[in-house]
Design a protein around this ligand. Sequence first.
Ligand SMILES: NC(=O)c1ccc[n+]([C@@H]2O[C@H](COP(=O)([O-])OP(=O)(O)OC[C@H]3O[C@@H](n4cnc5c(N)ncnc54)[C@H](O)[C@@H]3O)[C@@H](O)[C@H]2O)c1
Ligand SMILES: CC(C)CCC[C@@H](C)[C@H]1CC[C@H]2C3=C(CC[C@]12C)[C@@]1(C)CC[C@H](O)[C@@H](C(=O)O)[C@@H]1CC3
Length: 346
Amino acid sequence: MTTRVRPSSKRCAVIGGSGFLGRHLVEKLLERGYSVAVFDIRQSYELPGVTFYQGDLCDKEALRPALKDVPLVFHCASPAPASDDRALFQRVNVQGTRTVIQACTELGVQKLVLTSSASVVYEGADIKNGTEDIPYAAKPMDYYTETKIKQEKLVLQACDKEGGLLTVAIRPHGIFGPRDPQLVPILVDTARRGKMKFIIGDGTNLVDFTFVENVVHGHILAAEHLRPESPLCGKPYHITNDEPIRFWDFMSKVLVGLGYAAPRYHLPYMLVYGLAMLLWLLALLLRPLVAFKPTFTPMRVALAGTHHYYSCEAAKRDMGYKPLVSLTEGISRTVESYPHLRHGAP
Ligand SMILES: NC(=O)c1ccc[n+]([C@@H]2O[C@H](COP(=O)([O-])OP(=O)(O)OC[C@H]3O[C@@H](n4cnc5c(N)ncnc54)[C@H](O)[C@@H]3O)[C@@H](O)[C@H]2O)c1
Ligand SMILES: CC(C)CCC[C@@H](C)[C@H]1CC[C@H]2C3=C(CC[C@]12C)[C@@]1(C)CC[C@H](O)[C@@H](C(=O)O)[C@@H]1CC3
C-alpha cells in the first residue's frame, strides 16, 4: 500500500524566488518558520532553509520536483516588463502559467497565489482609487500588460473550491525597495544622462508606489486566508501603501535622497506622449537594422503623467491587510540601500 505524504503546512514553493519581490518573499517566509523551495531560471543567492531548483517554468518536468509535497505555491516569475519580446511574454506568462496550474493540480497543491499587477486594468487614462471591479484593459499598453491579463484570468479561473486547487491574485502597483532592479536604477540612469530635468504634465497626478515588504505582507496574508469558504477564492486584490503620492514628488524624493537634482521644468503631457509614440514606432521599424531602446516609452510616459492609484479596502476587509511600512520609511530605507547609485559614487 502506498501512503501519500501529507505536505507540511509550513512548506511552500516560490516560483520566481530569485527575483526582487520573490527574494523578499522568501526571506519573510523563512522568518515566519516556512521551509521554502525556490524555482527560478537562475539562482541569485543561497540561504539556509531554502532549496533551489533551477529551470524554466514552461517545463513541467523541471517544475515537478520543486512543487512535490508542497501545499502552497507563490508564482511571482515574469520576464522583465521593459522587454519588448512579445513571444517571450506569451510563452512565459501565458503558456508557462498554464503549465504551473497543471503541475499544481497534478501534484495536489492546495493553494496558488499569483503576483499579478494593478496594470491589468490600466490603459493610459486616469484611475482614481480604482477598485477590483474595473474591467481588464481592453487595449493593454504593452505586451507585458497584455500577458499579465491573460495570466491572471487563467489563474483565477482555475480556482476549484470543491477540494481542488484554490487560487488568488495579488495586484501590487509600483513596487520599490532595496534590490529593486528597475525603478530606482532606471531613474538614476536617466538622471545621470541629464534627462530627469523635466516634469511630464502639471505634476499633480497621484500614483501608488508600494514598499516591497507591504507587498510581501499582502501575499502571505492572502495565502493564509485562502480557504474554500473564504471570499478570496478566485479573486484579485490590490495591495498598495494606501498613501497615493504625486508621481513627481516620489521621483524627486528618491532623486534628492541620492544626491541628484529634482525635475523642475514642465513639458506638456500630450507632446511627450506623442514623441514617445514616434520613437517607439521608429524603434520598431529600424529593429532589423539597429537596436535602440527608448527610455521614454508610451507606457512610462502615461504612468508618469496620469493618475493611477487603487483602493486596498477589499484586502483590508477580507484578509486584515494594513501596510506595515510607511512611504516615508520605505523611501528612506530604499535610498540608503543604494550607496553605489548615489551622485558621485564611483
Ligand atoms: N516590480 C514591480 O513594480 C511590479 C509591480 C506589479 C507586479 N509585479 C509582478 O511581480 C512579479 C515579480 O516582479 P519583480 O519585480 O520581482 O521581477 P524580477 O525580474 O526581479 O523577478 C522575476 C523573476 O522571474 C524569473 N523568471 C523569469 N522567467 C522565468 C522562467 N521562464 N522560468 C522561471 N523563472 C523565470 C526571473 O529569473 C526573476 O528571478 C512579476 O510577476 C511582476 O509582473 C511587479
Ligand atoms: C523615464 C521616467 C519618466 C521615469 C523613470 C521611472 C520608471 C522607470 C518607473 C516609474 C513607474 C514604474 C512602474 C513600472 C516600471 C518602472 C516605472 C515605469 C511598472 C510598469 C513595472 C511593471 C509593474 O507591473 C507595473 C505595476 O503595475 O506596478 C509598474 C508600474 C510603475
